[in-house]
Design a protein around this ligand. Structure first.
Ligand code: F6R
Length: 615
């Protein structure tokens, strides 16, 4: 996700900003930029690429002096990564500059109105719309910059952390946050602004973390002012003393990126809904799908191509599509699909799923599908990635950068997007009633909160991990919607702990794997109440009578499985079709803790790469 840095005070702003941006590199980004004030002018430099590219460019393009400035690393959401879409963005007059982390959902309607009033736009970003809205408010209402920012933000829907300053009043930086983080470092006659404390930890250990819905006027000639965006009311600054070291801050206090990303899932799933699931209106809005609705409505079949964890998300989607849309679905390993002679019809919708958007096999499979006349829809996380560009249309997962090599939040957000697609198709095809559709939307809306609850069992899961860390093999069993989750759980364990693990549909066990079971074999069984519960209990009994060790993932309050299993891990109750979003959480945590206890390199397991761009 984007990174924000700002400085106002007695020191040169540029080196502080550049170093700060480098500290935020871990967040993942595709471009960088800086705007400084000196000599009555704003000096702005930005580029696609790394902070080191920005430094090179700034050497020749701008004066890097000045005691006030803002800087940004961009993770593209609106508009591909390029120089023009990079931040900061000027307003039309050139008087204001802004940096922004987040998404302004209603930017298109604001842009239309501003265009009618004569504003022009250089970039495809929602951010350039926001800075011009602020300028427009300031012009029409003749108010100070802070007030203009407040009025403008009250007209927006979405999420943001912003920093903006004006050439006309270069003594203050206005910052605001809603849904995206923003910290203010408090020094002596100087302030630092950043997405987290890592850019300023070496200068001050005093920080104010803005709360959602707050903004601040950051200035050195008068006291810092914090107020509520909604109604202007003043908020007393609460200064915290930071105890963290740099390394910890970059990982947000977590020991590993993987753990951080597991814990980010409630927010990541919310970000995936954002602006799409209009629960009150009873609608799902997805631009990429809306523009090609006839393709989805006329589809005779859905073919999903993907690799690894993304393939598992595709398998979950198969169950969801078949249940809700009543269409045949085939889920293909992209690497197999591309080398077969697959039968494809022009009425097939092919969905390519990829976190990185760069997986070579998935890319080749989608090209093959296109050559055969199929309509290809991409589900990617990385904006502007090759697969997202190659697809006829698509939807981003908006999970934010996933740095740990083992996919976690990418998986749950992929399932979320695929659920939205299936629900929209089912409703528009008349396969589910309005009340059923609403019920699904309401439950999906509750999922982030339930994921949060599932994460609360982390300490208990760590203890279970300790019991089984030395097992050389593991079996993972699940049925129905949770069979792919069993596969995913086994993959997570294999890739980060190097323990051999296999996932199976629970009923298949008796056709072979049951021969493996003895007192040494841990078997993780997903046994939630709504998914073939009685059948799963029989499977558990089969394991128990062969002395296998059972770790069961159960619905909160379950008593029956508790009596049979050696260890149980609870997840909140939900609809069967949404249970993978919850049951996957303990499996991620279990493999994480086992790998940590074994001293493995969790974030960068041996032999693996985050984007597999080779065959
Ligand atoms: C597993 C994992 C891999 C990827 C696979 C596809 O944790 O990360 O199995 O899921 O390489 O990658 P994407 O989704 O980027 O196409």
């Amino acid at each position: 996700m984007c990174g924000i840095v700002g400085y106002i005070g007695k020191r040169d702003a540029y080196p502080i900003i550049i170093k700060g941006l480098q500290r935020l590199e871990y967040r993942g980004y595709d471009s960088a930029g800086v705007a400084l004030y000196n000599d009555n002018e704003i000096h702005l430099c930005k580029t696609k690429g790394k902070v080191s590219d920005l430094k090179e460019k700034a050497k020749t393009d701008i004066s890097t002096e000045g005691k006030l400035g803002i800087g940004h690393t961009r993770w593209a959401t609106h508009g591909v990564p390029n120089d023009v879409n990079s931040h900061p963005h000027y307003s039309n007059s050139g008087d204001l500059v802004i940096i922004h982390n987040g998404i302004i959902e209603n930017y298109e309607s604001i842009k239309k109105e501003l265009k009618n009033r004569g504003y022009t736009f250089k970039s495809d970003t929602d951010t350039e719309v926001l800075v011009n809205l602020i300028e427009d408010v300031q012009k029409n209402e003749d108010v100070k910059l802070g007030k203009a920012v407040q009025i403008a933000l009250n007209q927006t829907v979405g999420a943001y952390a912003i920093a903006v300053f004006s050439r006309k009043k270069p003594k203050e930086i206005i910052v605001a946050r809603l849904g995206s983080p923003l910290a203010i470092g408090v020094g002596e006659d100087e302030y630092f602004i950043a997405s987290d404390a890592s850019p300023f930890i070496e200068y001050t250990s005093n920080a104010i973390y803005l709360e959602d819905g707050e903004m601040a006027v950051v200035r050195t000639h008068k006291p810092l002012k914090i107020l509520k965006i909604k109604d202007d009311s003043l908020v007393a600054p609460y200064i915290q003393e930071l105890q963290l070291n740099l390394e910890q801050i970059e990982k947000g206090g977590y020991e590993h990126f993987m753990l951080k990303e597991i814990f980010e899932q409630p927010q990541a799933i919310k970000d995936t809904f954002r602006g799409r699931m209009l629960e009150k209106e009873g609608m799902i809005k997805m631009a990429g799908m809306d523009e090609h609705m006839n393709k989805f409505l006329n589809a005779k079949r859905i073919v999903i191509v993907a690799c690894g964890t993304s393939w598992h998300a595709g398998l979950v989607a198969e169950y969801i599509f078949e249940e809700l849309v009543r269409l045949p679905v085939e889920v293909e390993y992209a690497s197999e699909f591309r080398y077969r002679n697959p039968v494809l019809e022009k009425d097939d919708v092919v969905i390519a799923i990829s976190q990185s958007g760069e997986t070579a096999d998935t890319m080749a499979a989608m090209k093959l599908a296109k050559e055969n006349g199929a309509f290809v829809f991409g589900v990617c996380n990385v904006v502007g990635s090759s697969i997202s560009r190659e697809a006829d249309a698509g939807a981003y997962t908006h999970a934010g950068p996933e740095i740990g090599v083992a996919s976690t939040k990418a998986f749950t957000t992929q399932i979320t997007v695929l659920t939205l697609i299936a629900l929209k198709m089912a409703y528009e095809k008349g396969k589910i009633s309005k009340s059923d559709f609403h019920m699904h939307l309401q439950e999906l809306d509750r999922i982030p909160e339930k994921v949060e609850k599932a994460l609360k069992y982390n300490d208990h899961i760590e203890k279970v991990a300790d019991k089984f860390k030395d097992a050389p093999n593991f079996l993972y069993l699940g049925r129905g919607f949770n069979f792919p989750v069993a596969l995913e759980g086994a993959l997570k364990l294999k890739e980060i702990s190097y323990i051999h693990a296999e996932g199976y549909p629970a009923a298949e066990m008796k056709h072979g794997p049951i021969a493996l079971i003895d007192e040494q074999m841990p078997v993780l069984v997903i046994a939630t109440r709504k998914g073939h519960y009685e059948k799963i209990i029989s499977n558990i009994q089969e394991i128990k009578s062969r002395k296998g060790k059972i770790i069961a993932v159960v619905t909160e309050g379950d008593e029956q499985v508790k009596d049979l299993a050696d260890y149980v891990i609870e997840v909140p109750e939900t609809m069967d079709s949404m249970s993978p979003l919850l049951t996957t959480i303990p499996l991620q945590l279990l493999s994480y803790h086992i790998a940590v206890l074994l001293g493995k390199n969790v974030d960068q397991p041996r032999n693996l790469a985050k984007a597999v761009t080779v065959e």
